[in-house]
Design a binder for this molecule. Structure first.
Ligand code: ZN
Ligand code: ZN
Length: 449
């Protein structure tokens, strides 16, 4: 009996060599399987019901397999597998959710409409080109620097998106300079406006004159377009034979001269929230008032201003001219009871009245006496066309003209009120309605867009 190995084992156990266990047939409980937090390992364990110090454990590294790949918006499925070497333990699997990936958008692109009024932002997922985020917004427009006659301006379109993925877009555009003054341009000091085009300065370049002489097809208003500039020509009939152009050339009777059409500069008489009353800064042309009478509404100068002058000067743009209800009553002349006053007229272009030229708020002297405030120069064009021009060693008075007001003189149907080269408002000799050497100083009312 002593040789029975079981008895020897029992004896050894009995004396505590196997942790005090008593030899028996294990009665294993259920195996538990415990996954590591990261599922990289799995531990199987079973405990003997007869003695919970009797344990069998095995920990194995797992393998991973993707069952269903996750997409941008859809979760996928993965499976960890644990294969135990002990036959006592069953192989285990654990399925896990593979979270959807979210879109992987490429860099946004921004596309402006042709008129820049809208901008479209778009981004496309690099994993699936059908995954697109797109937003179209209306842009805001702001003029940063207005264009002038001489220089380009700058404006900006700004597009703001509600999607945080898209950043604010700006697009700068050049406002091309308005070389023909098709729109009114207020000077920085607010004193003058450039608007409209009219022949003014004699062309002194002999090669240019030769080229202009080759032109045969004038525009509707009689001007010629050459190298993007407008020119007009006239046969000179100077009032005196000693008159000169500003460039010093003597103006020779019956000779044909060319003149560059240049933006008309207007003096701002009043500016009421962008509506301006303007009178030309120079004497733009020469024309008789009428053949025989001083009634403005029926005068030939009224017709000439409304038709010839208006259609020439504003051929390229007249949208900003306000039709003016012109008061031709006696109160605008030297006498409230002026027998030659007439009905109001409705004009795009007209001439200031006697009273206008005495209105201090317009910057004119309050009396009819000589005043520099009313002095006004003829242009090369005007002198070639027969205007009177003061010849004076004082540059301020040299080439000053003698120009019409629209107002009839109350004492004689053949006379008007004119302004002399010294700025005197005058109704005697030289103010006859048929004086051919008197200049025209047009006036307009405009608004700014
Ligand atoms: Zn046991
Ligand atoms: Zn996507």
């Amino acid at each position: 009996m002593n040789k029975n190995p079981f008895l020897i084992m029992s004896a050894l156990m009995a004396i505590g060599l196997l942790s005090g266990c008593v030899q028996h047939t294990h009665n294993w409980g259920e195996t538990t399987y415990t996954w590591a937090n990261d599922n990289s390992t799995c531990t199987a364990e079973r405990v003997c019901k007869g003695d919970n110090n009797h344990k069998e454990t095995e920990t194995v590294s797992t393998t991973f397999q993707e069952i269903t790949a996750p997409t941008c918006e859809g979760d996928g499925k993965g499976r960890y597998s644990a294969d135990f070497s002990s036959e006592a333990f069953a192989d285990q699997t654990k399925d896990v959710v593979l979270s959807h990936l979210g879109h992987s958008y490429g860099a946004p692109t921004y596309t402006w409409s042709d008129d820049n009024k809208t901008c479209t932002a778009k981004r496309v997922c690099t994993r699936d080109e059908n995954h697109v985020e797109e937003e179209t917004v209306n842009s805001a427009y702001q003029v940063i620097t207005p264009a002038t006659v001489e220089a380009d301006g700058l404006a900006t379109y700004t597009a703001t998106f509600s999607n945080d993925a898209f950043v604010l877009q700006t697009k700068n555009i050049t406002l091309p300079k308005d070389v023909y003054a098709t729109k009114p341009h207020l000077s920085a000091d607010g004193e003058t406006v450039q608007y409209g085009l009219y022949p003014q300065t004699n062309v002194n370049d002999s090669s240019l004159v030769s080229e202009l002489n080759e032109l045969t097809d004038p525009e509707a208003n009689g001007w010629y377009l050459y190298n993007d500039e407008y020119y007009a020509k006239t046969v000179a009939k100077p009032h005196e034979n000693n008159y000169k152009f500003d460039n010093g050339t003597l103006i020779t009777k019956d000779e044909t001269y060319w003149f560059k059409c240049e933006p008309i500069v207007w003096k701002v008489l009043s500016n009421n929230e962008g509506e301006c009353y303007l009178v030309s800064l120079t004497l733009l042309d020469v024309h008789k008032y009428d053949d025989d009478k001083n009634s403005y509404d029926e005068s030939s100068i009224h017709s000439w201003l409304s038709n010839d002058f208006f259609s020439a000067a504003f051929a390229l743009g007249n949208d900003n001219i306000l039709e003016t209800t012109v008061d031709n009553s006696g109160s605008t002349t030297d006498s409230d009871d002026n027998p030659y006053s007439c009905n109001e007229t409705h004009d795009n272009v007209f001439m200031p009245s006697y009273k206008d030229y005495m209105n201090e708020s317009y910057g004119f002297a309050h009396t009819t006496a000589d005043s520099d405030s009313r002095c006004c120069k003829t242009t090369d064009w005007t002198r070639a066309r027969g205007a009177y021009a003061e010849q004076n060693t004082n540059p301020f008075y040299n080439n000053n003209g003698y120009y019409w007001t629209r107002s009839p003189y109350s004492g004689d149907s053949g006379f008007t009120w004119c302004v002399t080269h010294f700025g005197n408002i005058y109704s005697e000799e030289g103010s006859e309605v048929d004086s051919k050497e008197n200049s025209v100083r047009p006036a307009i009312n405009i608004f700014f867009d």
